[in-house]
Every structure is written in C-alpha cells, then in structure tokens.
Design a protein around this ligand. Structure first.
Ligand code: IMP
Ligand code: MG
Length: 178
C-alpha cells in the first residue's frame, strides 16, 4: 500500500492537532446545544470518529450515504443519497461531517435535502477543502486543511475503496490510477 504513495500532504500528527482545534471551536460555537452530527459515508468515518471525541457536548451521531463517484477520480455530478434516512432533523442543529469538499455537488445536494426537512441550523465541517474544482456554490464553516488540486487518499478517503486506513492524507502516484 505505502509503495503507491507519492507524497504525504498531512501527517498523522498534523491531522491530530488540527482535529483537536476544530473540536474545541465546535464545542464553543455549539455551547448549550445538542448538535446532530451527520457523517457522510463512507469517507468521513475516520474523521467523524476523531472529531466527535474532541467535541465536549451531548451530541447525537448519525450517518447518511451519499456518493457521486464510481471507480474514478472525477466526480460524476450525479449524487445518490442513501434511502435509509430514518432519523428526525426537524428543529435540530445539524453539523454535516464530510471528508472533502471538492466540486461541492455532494454537499449542496445534502444541504438541500436536510434543509428541506426543517433543521434549526445547518453547518458543514470538512477535513479538506479543495477549492480548485468547485462547481456548486457552497462553503464549509469548519475546514481542517486546504487541499491542493490533487487526488488524495487516506484518513478515510479512498481510491476504489482502498487506502482509507492510511493514518495520513497522501497523494497517490499517478500510475496507480492511470
Ligand atoms: P464533490 O461532490 O465533488 O464535492 O465530491 C465530494 C466527494 O468526492 C467526497 O465525499 C469524496 O468522497 C470524493 N472525493 C473528492 N475528491 C477526492 C479526493 O481527492 N480523493 C478521494 N475522494 C475524493
Ligand atoms: Mg465521500
């Protein structure tokens, strides 16, 4: 697995430090509230596990599935939202937890989907923000790191369902997916 890595962008240590800072910020911003954290599967599972443990509030944790990708590195723009959406968002302070904001198509579809269901507030927290490829008009309120215009893997992010278990975020060698 590690022989496929070209460069490590964000080390395990960088990520740990930044996730702590975000957790502290979220804890302050939501003081007195009981936020509903919604993790977008599958890419957010590592980030959600870590950030949730740095949020010192009584929060509810749920997951939703959304995917715009097949086995490629370009977003198809066609977002599928999982139909097992079986929890109430009405009146809740929702914080969507996602691995990366890329074209923004996935998160804007999700934002609309959740807003329509009557949440009290909605914010987005992404580990990475890759502004170079933005198509939809969307911002993330909490961002771990700005990501260069490269396809990255690790810390939950995959290529063809692999590399999610790398403890850092890295750029793959182009020959891996060409
Ligand atoms: P968007 O709809 O284009 O913003 O894409 C968001 C989704 O695409 C994310 O949830 C990721 O699953 C995936 N994605 C975007 N960029 C990357 C990347 O560099 N590596 C791995 N997955 C990515
Ligand atoms: Mg994803």
């Amino acid at each position: 697995m590690r022989e496929d890595i070209k460069d490590i962008l964000f080390s395990e240590e960088d990520i740990g430090k930044r996730v702590k800072e975000l957790g502290i910020q979220i804890t302050k911003d939501y003081a007195g509230k009981k936020p509903l954290l919604i993790g977008v599967l599958k890419g957010s599972y590592v980030f959600l596990a870590d950030i949730a443990r740095n949020i010192d509030l009584d929060c509810e944790i749920r997951f939703i599935t959304a995917s715009s990708y097949g086995v490629s590195t370009i977003s198809s723009g066609d977002v599928k939202i999982g139909m097992d959406f079986d929890f109430e968002v009405r009146g809740r302070d929702v914080l969507i937890i996602e691995d990366i904001l890329d074209s923004g198509v996935t998160l804007s579809a999700l934002r609309e989907f959740i807003t329509q269901r009557g949440c009290a507030s909605l914010k987005i927290c992404t580990l990475l923000d890759k502004p170079a490829r933005r198509k939809a008009q969307i911002v993330s309120e909490y961002i771990g790191f700005e990501c260069p215009d490269e396809f990255v893997v690790g810390y939950g992010l995959d290529y063809a369902e692999r590399y999610r278990n790398l403890p850092f975020v890295a750029i793959l060698k182009p020959e891996v997916y060409s």
